[in-house]
Design a binder for this molecule. Structure first.
Ligand code: UDP
Length: 462
């Protein structure tokens, strides 16, 4: 093995940020013999979900935890907490990078969107900074257009009469833009705006998307402009899951006994949570649909991202479900608490649909396994992803919420039934099959994603 090139990877907190970088590291070592170290910022002991993933890293992919940082108590939203974790970790990152570069041929530091400040540390040490943009190509275009948009629009974006039209993308109404765009006086929006020239700090931008999924946006990103680094679409990079046949989780055994493509998998990512009233409606809607379901449920919260920092570190007793629900739906469905082996569920032949919060990793996993979607976005960029999946690609149905933002049981039952056995569901399934085929081809030796990764690897090795 060519041991000369080594890459440092800096994921921000959250399973959805760690998993794609882990998979990226595996691709580098398997296909291009480039070794790497994941440098992981922390705010406390790592959750079990993280430990399990890191324990199964292949040879030549290492990891180190940075010492925990203490977050100020006034940080109310997840994005501010992530930004703060990353910037408070800069001193220990610097030390770790120095150590790594003294023992390895360290060629690049790859950071995600929350770690922009780390590009300065990389330059200080003489390492090339790269950005891993783990969201949509459309999201990257939006960030690049932010300064223009900010000048053009005077109101809050959600009050704009016309949708935002980015080159090559489906039009998106202001209310469906990411959460960080929803309050222009908020510190997170102001930070994004201040960082508008961030793109020039990097020598390349890696995106977890692929040509057939976001052709218009990717082509727009690849137009050469002064100061714009090359963009490498290398997706879909998704969790491969465990091949360990022993200790097979109960929910997979349950799936083994269900008819082909009959079960709706319901999951809101690693940290998504619903209010008490919404959980009630979801439970009764699933029951009313009479379709099979496998639901990863978390205890209710009025914040939609309440479990983000401690995915799988708690198992909630299911006492918050409506009275008698579990007994009445025995045989129809299974509820698991907090966490499921999502990738194994999605590739299981009994899974016929995926009700998802539209986190980008979950979306790519659904696409890769050809599972049609119900789009139920909660926070961050998920509403914009939902628009793309539902209105642009037509691989998802999207239920409507009432005037106070609750999706009612009748609407849930209707959409679930439609996806699993209706005519609309059939069309969505066919479209998804097409995308699945395309995703597989992109990763083949001659596919455009594999070629992008080779170009990047070539740059790092030379
Ligand atoms: N995940 C999982 N089991 C769960 C919930 C989530 O394995 O019960 C994984 C999922 O497969 C995906 C990641 O956690 O790889 C979630 O990332 P995503 O971007 O979809 O959402 P986020 O958690 O960042 O909101």
């Amino acid at each position: 093995m060519d041991q000369t090139s080594h890459v440092a990877l800096l994921p921000s907190p959250g399973m959805g940020h760690l998993i794609p970088l882990v998979e990226f590291a595996k691709q580098l070592v398997h296909h291009h013999h480039i070794s790497s170290t994941l440098i992981i910022p922390t705010t406390g002991p790592p959750p079990q979900s993280q430990i399990s993933i890191l324990e199964s890293l292949p040879e030549n992919v290492n990891h180190v935890f940075l010492p925990p940082v203490h977050l100020p108590e006034n940080l109310t939203n997840v994005e501010s907490q992530i930004f703060a974790t990353m910037s408070l970790s800069i001193p220990s990152l610097r030390d770790t990078l120095k150590l790594l570069s003294s023992t390895n041929q360290l060629v690049a530091l790859v950071v995600d969107l929350f770690g922009l400040d780390a590009s300065d540390v990389a330059k200080e040490i003489g390492v090339h900074p790269y950005l891993f943009f783990g969201f949509t190509a459309m999201g990257l275009l939006l960030s690049m257009h932010l300064s223009k948009l900010d000048k053009m629009v005077t109101s809050e974006y959600r009050d704009m009469p016309e949708p935002v039209k980015l080159p090559g993308c489906v039009p998106v109404h202001g209310r469906d833009l990411p959460d960080s765009f929803q309050d222009r006086s908020h510190v997170v929006y102001k930070t994004l705006l201040k960082n508008v020239s961030w793109v020039t700090a990097f020598e390349g931008i890696i995106i977890n998307s692929f040509l057939n999924l976001e052709e218009g946006a990717i082509k727009a990103l690849q137009v050469k402009e002064l100061g714009k680094p090359p963009v490498y679409p290398i997706g879909p990079i998704i969790q491969t899951g465990s091949s360990d046949g022993s200790n097979r989780p109960e929910c997979l055994k349950w799936l083994d006994n269900q008819p082909s493509q009959s079960v709706l998998f319901v999951s809101f990512g690693s940290g998504g949570t619903l209010s008490h009233d919404q959980i009630n409606e979801l439970a009764l809607g699933l029951e009313m649909s009479r379709q099979k379901f496998l639901w990863v449920a978390r205890k209710p919260s009025d914040k939609s991202d309440a479990a983000f920092f401690n995915a799988q570190s708690q198992t909630d007793p299911l006492g918050f479900l409506p009275k008698g629900f579990l007994e009445r739906t025995k045989g129809q469905g299974l509820v698991v608490s907090s966490w499921a082996p999502q990738i194994e569920v999605l590739r299981h032949g009994s899974t016929g649909g995926f009700l998802t919060h539209c986190g980008w990793n979950s979306t790519l996993e659904g696409v890769f396994h050809g599972v049609p979607l119900i789009a139920w976005p909660l926070f961050a960029d998920q509403k914009m992803n939902a628009v793309m999946l539902n209105e642009g690609l037509k691989v998802a149905l999207r239920p409507k919420a009432n005037e106070i933002g609750i999706v009612e049981r009748e609407e849930i039952a209707r959409v679930v039934k439609e996806l699993i056995e209706g005519e609309e569901g059939k069309k969505v399934r066919e479209k998804m099959k097409g995308l699945q085929d395309a995703a597989g081809k992109e990763l083949n030796k001659d596919g455009s994603s594999a070629k992008s990764l080779s170009e990047l690897a070539f740059r790092w090795k030379n």
